[in-house]
Write a protein that binds this ligand. Sequence first.
Ligand code: SDX
Length: 431
Amino acid sequence: MPTDTLTITDNRTGKTYEIPIENGCIRTHALRQIKVSNDDFGLMGYDPAFLNTANCKSAITFIDGDKGILEYRGYPIEQLAEQSSFLEVAYLLLNGELPSPKQLEEFQFLVTHHTYVHENVKTFMDGFRYDAHPMSMLASTVAALSGFYPDAKHTKDEQSRRIQITRLIAKMPTIAAFSFRHSMGQPYIYPDNELSYVANFLAMIKRIGTSTYKVHPTLERALDVLFILHADHEQNCSTTSVRTVGSSEVDPYSAVASGVAALYGPLHGGANEAVLRMLRGIGHVSKIPEFIKQVKSGEGEKKLMGFGHRVYKSYDPRAKVIKRVAHEVFDVTGKNPLLEIALELEKIALQDEYFVKRKLYPNVDFYSGLIYEAMGFPVEMFPVLFAIPRTVGWCAQWEEMVKDPEQKIARPRQVFTGSTRRDYVAMDKRK
Ligand code: SDX
């Protein structure tokens, strides 16, 4: 009768071990019993970049990379993008269930009434160079919030956790908009509590003077859908940063700031900015074959930005939705000339053996930048537009980690490859 165990024979000693299999995993710590002598430390698992290592149990987001499936708390992303709103999805990710009308109204009220930041945050942000990248401003300013809310260190207190999470979700658009306005040399626009979450953000970005800024409903809905699509994605690089930093029991502002920093990287959330720069660099559909040749030859370490994924080995389901939203946005803003290059690039890449063999498909970042550019955002703001919604996922994952009795401070081991023990050499004795 097969049992859920792994039988391991250590050929160095001939000993056999039965390791339990749970949830398709073995506890790597169970390998420590495999020793060649009593003073042997025992075996460890070695998995650089965690290619095949689960560092937590989570009930928030499910991804099937081969089937291109993404579900938030069991709900397919396609249905949420079609029928839900970002704040409703935020409630779902944080609480595990879709809200009742009253619960959603209360949640929206709370978020709306925490959008202001302390006036000193403006002074803090004025200290950045005029051309500072908004992601560096966002990461620093989010970290600085821990200085404004010292009660945030009570991470074991549910009430304190929830108020900090509300503040983070509410203030991220404000800080993001202030970062943009700073880089444009324009005065900050304060939040307007009469507007929706997305309309308020767009107004803080675009409003000039005291005139009311009318948000085009198609663009407001498009950004709301993009926020839904970017809200969470299980244990990606930035979420792993938030969980790891948060495991030291630091406040959530400091933990989320580490997530912003990780997302800034061009291999992660910075990819949408890199896609636009890549498309601009290609310049014309006639130049695509040459570019593809450079990517395949590894010339200049060029990558097809917006393609490939650690988990998705098929089309990223979010990219399919974004492609549809792109056409709706371009009906309003006019088509982005780079779209033609992107569509042709995708067509060629999906037929090319190099990309097919490596299962490289468009990911969430391939088309999103085209929409942001059509909406008038500079490329530097693209990763910021990723960080705003991902704040919900970071907070949900952080709180799940805090409440998980199996979690403790993250402290991996290493395989030491350095010098064996040696004595200090006085300066006059060195070669
Ligand atoms: C996000 O984890 C998440 O969930 C992230 C995210 C989220 O929502 O949080 O989905 C958001 O970060 C999406 C990914 C955005 N990044 C990019 O678009 C940058 C370009 N993509 C690559 O850098 C890469 O595909 C990664 C980083 C996304 C994944 O890299 P992996 O899993 O470490 O894979 P790899 O680098 O080992 O690549 C395997 C092979 C290599 O070739 P060989 O050594 O086998 O010859 O595929 C090649 C790579 O060189 N390859 C690419 C490529 N991506 C991988 N070649 C050309 N262009 C690419 N984009």
